[in-house]
Structures are given as structure tokens and as C-alpha cells.
Design a protein around this ligand. Structure first.
Ligand SMILES: Cc1cc2nc3c(=O)[nH]c(=O)nc-3n(C[C@H](O)[C@H](O)[C@H](O)COP(=O)(O)OP(=O)(O)OC[C@H]3O[C@@H](n4cnc5c(N)ncnc54)[C@H](O)[C@@H]3O)c2cc1C
Length: 244
């Protein structure tokens, strides 16, 4: 191992949560407990998704209060629920390089495989930005676990603006890395299945003790269809100041 520096990120004192008209900035050091407790503006109708994803963590009291949003993302487990959350809400991650530079990446591009991400040696995750446009959406979540309180075997989130438009479907836990597909409003069940066939290769399903690839594939297709039907059944609302 070529380890020569350890940094106590919590000691840097980054503000945990910073809501602005542009969206929500979450420090990498924000605890799961603080994230769970966040309540945003009433127009941010996707805020309950934050709590729902936190509840997907198989978390003891200690993890709940000490584990961080950034730690969960950087651990880069397929079942990383904060990864699921930030990808589903089309988050942008700010990464700090050892030389003081920084870069921004889409949350969907950060985790590339089980326990693998795009961080360069010495690079840090500084923060996650969830755009207000995503926080104002409606959402549907489905999760499969082999055991009650078990680690997620499949965690799917669909989002759509209240006025309609494209449905963004995010698949995590079942796949080795997050998969996101964008489908037009009113997409058919057959077209959704076809899009999933295209987006997830045969070796893209995650094989571990929480479920076989065949099980995870089955649950993913089943839940994707439930999410499609749920969002399609909700009445659309005309764009207004509160709901967009
Ligand atoms: C029994 C058990 C069950 C669990 N079940 C689940 C589960 O079902 N789903 C799930 O998602 N998680 C699960 N976890 C993981 C847990 O909830 C935490 O998300 C995880 O341990 C990360 O916690 P942490 O903040 O302490 O990060 P750490 O453990 O401190 O960090 C994890 C890794 O990320 C690196 N890292 C941390 N922060 C940064 C940063 N800002 N920039 C760059 N690198 C960074 C660290 O160096 C380390 O390599 C489980 C953990 C345990 C012990």
C-alpha cells in the first residue's frame, strides 16, 4: 500500500446542508442523520426521497449518526443508497484534487463498478449538488431485499416533472453500477422493457449474497413497470410557481 496522508474531513467544518434557489448542496461530510432530518421548501416535492433513501441503509445507530453522505458514495457499493439518491435526483459531484484543482461530474458517472469509482489518487469528494429542478419533481421508489432490514437487492427510482415530460428511471443495487434511462412521457411497458434490455448488459447484474443476477433482473423489470404505471396514473399539474 502506498498510503502516506490521512485527512480528517469532518475537522474541515464544511456546512452540512446549504439550500439555495438553485438547489441543495450537501457536504461530503454531512451525516446520514442530518441528511435524513432535512426539510426543504414546500415546492421541493422530491425531498421525501431523501428520507426514503436513508431508510434503505442497513444502518446501526452508530452508522446513522457517524457515516457520511460522501463516505457512502465513495464506498461505491451497488447498494449505496446515497448513490441511488444523488443519481436519481441528477446530482453533480464536486471533486477536489490534491493540487487544489477541482472538477464536477454527474453523480451517475461516479461509481463505475462494485467498490470502484472515478476518484484519482488523493482526490476528494467535496460536495453534492442536487438541482432545484430535480427536487421539484414527483417520484416513485421501489426496493427489494431478500430479508427484512437486509441490504438492497434492487433499488429503483423514477422521477418526472409535475407538468409531465420525460421519465427518468434510475436502477441501483441490482446492477454493478448505477444505470439511468430517460423515457418520453407516456412510454409504453414494451418500450420500457426494450430500453432496459438495451441499457443493462447481461454481465451488468450484480451477483452477491443479496440475490442472484436472475432475481435482481426480474425485480428490476417488475419494479420498473410498477414505477412507469404509478407515474403515468398520477394526474399532471399545469406549471405554476410552486410545482414545475
Ligand atoms: C454492517 C454494515 C451494513 C451496511 N449496510 C449498508 C447498506 O445496506 N447500504 C449502504 O449503502 N451502505 C451500507 N453500509 C455502509 C455504511 O452505511 C456507510 O455508508 C459506509 O460505511 C460509509 O461510512 P463512512 O461515512 O464512515 O465512510 P468511510 O468508511 O469513512 O469511507 C468509506 C470509503 O470512502 C472514502 N471516503 C469517505 N469520504 C470521502 C470523501 N469525501 N472523498 C473521498 N473519499 C472518501 C474513505 O477513505 C473510505 O475508503 C453498511 C455498513 C456496515 C458496517
Amino acid at each position: 500500500m502506498n498510503l502516506h496522508t490521512l485527512i480528517d474531513l469532518v475537522g474541515l467544518g464544511w456546512p452540512a446542508l446549504t439550500p439555495t434557489p438553485q438547489g441543495l448542496d450537501i457536504a461530503a461530510t454531512c451525516s446520514i442523520a442530518d441528511l435524513y432530518a432535512f426539510r426543504g421548501d414546500a415546492s421541493w416535492t422530491a425531498v421525501p426521497l431523501i428520507g426514503a433513501c436513508c431508510e434503505c441503509l442497513l444502518a446501526s445507530f452508530k452508522i446513522w449518526n457517524a457515516a457520511t453522505a460522501g463516505g457512502n458514495i465513495c464506498m461505491s457499493l451497488p447498494a449505496g443508497a446515497i448513490t441511488s439518491l444523488t443519481v436519481a435526483l441528477e446530482g453533480r459531484l464536486t471533486l477536489l484534487a490534491r493540487n487544489g484543482g477541482s472538477r464536477e461530474v454527474s453523480a451517475v458517472d461516479f461509481v463505475v463498478d462494485n467498490n470502484r469509482n472515478i476518484l484519482e489518487p488523493g482526490e476528494l469528494l467535496r460536495s453534492i449538488h442536487l438541482p432545484a429542478s430535480s427536487l421539484k419533481k414527483r417520484f416513485a421508489l421501489r426496493r427489494a431485499t431478500l430479508t427484512h432490514l437486509g441490504r438492497s437487492a434492487a433499488l429503483l427510482v423514477g422521477t418526472q416533472a409535475h407538468r409531465g415530460g420525460e421519465m427518468v428511471l434510475t436502477v441501483t443495487a441490482a446492477t454493478r453500477r448505477p444505470v439511468q434511462i430517460r423515457m418520453p412521457e407516456g412510454v409504453s411497458a414494451a418500450a420500457l422493457r426494450h430500453a432496459l434490455d438495451h441499457a443493462i448488459p447481461a454481465d451488468g447484474w450484480f451477483d452477491d449474497v443479496n440475490g442472484t443476477p436472475a432475481y435482481k433482473r426480474h425485480m428490476t423489470y417488475h419494479y420498473a413497470e410498477e414505477i412507469r404505471a404509478e407515474l403515468a396514473a398520477q394526474p399532471l399539474q399545469a406549471q405554476s410557481g410552486a410545482l414545475a
